[in-house]
Design a protein around this ligand. Structure first.
Ligand code: ADP
Ligand code: MG
Length: 323
């Protein structure tokens, strides 16, 4: 009777769709995929836990989008082309309205990026979601964190800080104008993974990372793995019109340089590549801003308009740091 169990029904009803990219999708013991010759398989996984990564009352459609978006963002950061996703769901109870909304958010984004859901796992327990994403990148061409060289420019895409401002507002740490709340919440709940940009940066960027834990922390990872230091000029860091209203406050500045959840790309490139990168921003319609320079040494220094070091609270989110 296994095939009529509630678990099987749930999977069939909400998570079984034609898997255009796969040899075999949901339903068997394994999915089968065909990996193109000459390509490396790029694989990444991310877990989201209720209360840690999202507010427990989050709209399930937003959650479905975000669970996939954060994984697509990892593909973007490697310059990889995403094809296949796996979804491991732990649910406190079976709520079909909730599942339908979650699946809508997930599949709407999956379709936008031609990603097939090829399998997963479904268990009962405190709400938690794990998505594994797989894709391809030409062998040897992936954008790693370890390639930054002294003298390289440091770039970021889009605008930083809006998602963290939304969180700070919800926690009562700052006060956004009522009219600005919906847009910042969109940035928090529906980040746009920079997948095309990541692929376009192959051959241009010397190192790349997606900003999930905050600019300073994530650029710090590039520095550590590349054996270099970085200098960032705070007034060059791109902010939205909403965040611009808050950059003069400590909490606002912290959101911009240390706030997580933006899912923009931070990358380094040789100064010779400036023109090509400027062309990319027009081609892709994604703002790309130069924010500083890679240097010898270590660590990320943040400079104010007067050229003096700026201190900010917080250095990015770390699940295991003590309070
Ligand atoms: P097994 O017990 O062999 O691991 P399951 O009963 O867990 O198989 O899963 C049956 C099929 O449904 C498998 O192909 C699995 O990948 C897929 N599956 C299970 N849960 C999900 C989910 N949440 N989303 C997508 N596919 C799923
Ligand atoms: Mg199983």
């Amino acid at each position: 009777m296994a095939n009529s169990s509630p678990e099987f029904e749930l999977i069939k009803r909400h998570f079984t769709r034609p898997a255009a990219n796969a040899v075999l999708g949901v339903g068997d013991d394994c999915a089968l995929v065909d990996v193109t010759n000459g390509m490396d398989l790029a694989v990444s996984t991310d877990t989201m836990v209720s209360g840690t990564h999202f507010f427990p009352d989050v709209n399930p459609e937003n959650l479905g989008h975000k669970a996939l978006a954060v994984n697509l963002s990892d593909m973007a950061a490697m310059g990889a082309m995403p094809y296949w996703a796996m979804l491991a769901l732990t649910l406190p109870n079976v709520d079909h309205a909730w599942l339908a909304a979650f699946a809508k958010g997930f599949f709407d984004l999956a379709e936008e990026f031609n990603v097939s859901l090829v399998g997963g796992d479904t268990t009962r327990g405190p709400l938690s979601l794990t998505v594994t994403i797989m894709g391809e990148v030409p062998a040897g061409a992936a954008l790693r964190r370890s390639g930054a060289k002294a003298g390289n420019d440091i770039w970021v895409s889009g605008y930083l800080g809006d998602a963290a401002l939304a969180v700070a507002h919800r926690k009562g740490l700052i006060r956004l104008d009522e009219a600005d709340v919906p847009e910042t919440l969109m940035r928090l709940y529906e980040p746009i993974p920079r997948v095309q940009l990541g692929q376009a940066l192959r051959g241009l960027a010397t190192a790349a990372i997606d900003i999930s834990d905050g600019l300073l922390a994530d650029l710090g990872h590039i520095c550590r793995l590349s054996g270099v230091g970085a200098t960032v000029e705070i007034e060059r860091v791109p902010v939205s019109a909403i965040a611009a209203k808050h950059v003069d406050t400590d909490a606002g500045r912290t959101a911009v340089v240390s706030g997580g959840d933006d899912y923009e790309l931070c990358f380094t490139a040789h100064p010779n590549s400036r023109e090509s990168i400027d062309d990319l921003q027009n081609m892709l319609g994604v703002p790309l801003r130069r924010i500083g320079q890679v240097r010898r040494g270590k660590g990320v220094s943040l400079l104010g308009p007067d050229g003096k070091a700026v201190k900010v609270d917080g250095r990015g989110y770390d699940h295991f740091s003590s309070p």
